[in-house]
Design a protein around this ligand. Structure first.
Ligand code: KIV
Ligand code: NA
Length: 265
């Protein structure tokens, strides 16, 4: 199958074909998701939570994300790989944003970058796009600003839906090839999706969007603790691994492992 390109995102929306994305932070999951036909892989700064053990995405740095992004980009054949720009690496201005985006493109093999913010990030988006780098935008709940937003909260409720739409139009005008809508009411997401030419990718944005994205460790049931309402667990990797560890301990204790077939002569 042909490599996914930015034009395929637009074509998918025009044809009504829904786009699928998962996060990935390592070579094994990247290869599995790619072979299984996922359209794009996001090396999200959610790695701060899922890989590095931070409470938020705020402390994540480019130096931390670059090796993970390189691992993912070098492990796919078809999927479109998107590098997430971490907090502090693009907000200062278009110049800083372009410098960071160029660094990710040169050092990782990713095909595009993603950054958070609507109108506030429009200058950054247009500058990066002008330089030849595709940009995925991200509006609604933006985890890098969770302290200003007052925690993980649904955005775009009531009259805030107008603000969400203004942000969506701004990132489309700035040249983004797609926009993530995170934790917004379904009605607001539908309004944005109908108003835009570029596809909307929902993360907790309901069904009336052009594609769906999930954090893979949530999607596969590896993460512990309470999940946001929008997450569906498609597997129980935490349960499977916990059982495997219990089996291993038991078999080592009993002497059942290693068996003769595991021995060298
Ligand atoms: O970092 C991430 O995983 C993300 C998605 C949840 C949109 O930004
Ligand atoms: Na992110």
């Amino acid at each position: 199958r042909a490599k996914v390109r930015t034009r395929h995102f637009l074509e998918a929306k025009q044809k009504g074909i829904r786009i699928t994305g998962l996060t990935s932070y390592d070579t094994n999951t990247a290869a599995i998701f790619d072979e299984a036909g996922i359209d794009f892989l996001l090396v999200g700064d959610s790695a701060g939570n899922t890989v590095l053990g931070y409470d938020t995405t705020v402390p994540v740095t480019a130096d931390e994300l670059i090796p993970l992004t390189r691992a993912v980009a070098s492990s796919v054949r078809r999927a479109f790989v998107i590098a997430d720009l971490p907090f502090g690496s693009y907000e200062i201005g278009a110049e800083q944003a372009l410098t960071t985006a160029i660094r990710f493109m040169k050092e990782t093999g990713a095909h595009a970058v993603k950054l958070e913010g609507g109108r506030r990030s429009a200058n950054q988006i247009s500058r990066i796009v002008e330089a030849g780098i595709p940009v995925m935008a991200h509006i609604g709940f933006t985890p890098q600003s969770e302290h200003r937003l007052g925690g993980h909260r649904v955005q775009g409720r009531g009259s805030d839906a107008d603000e969400l739409l203004a942000d969506a139009l701004a990132v489309e005008d700035a040249g983004a090839f797609a926009v993530v809508l995170e934790m917004v009411p379904s009605d607001a997401a539908r309004r944005v999706t109908e108003a835009l030419t570029i596809p909307t990718i929902g993360v907790g944005a309901g069904p009336h969007v052009d594609g769906q994205l999930l954090v893979w460790t949530d999607f596969a049931g590896l993460t512990s603790g309470r999940m946001p309402k929008f997450v569906k667990r498609y597997a129980d990797l935490r349960g499977a691994l916990t059982q495997a560890v219990a089996d291993f301990r038991e078999e080592v204790a009993s002497g059942a492992y290693p068996a003769p077939e595991h021995e060298y002569e």
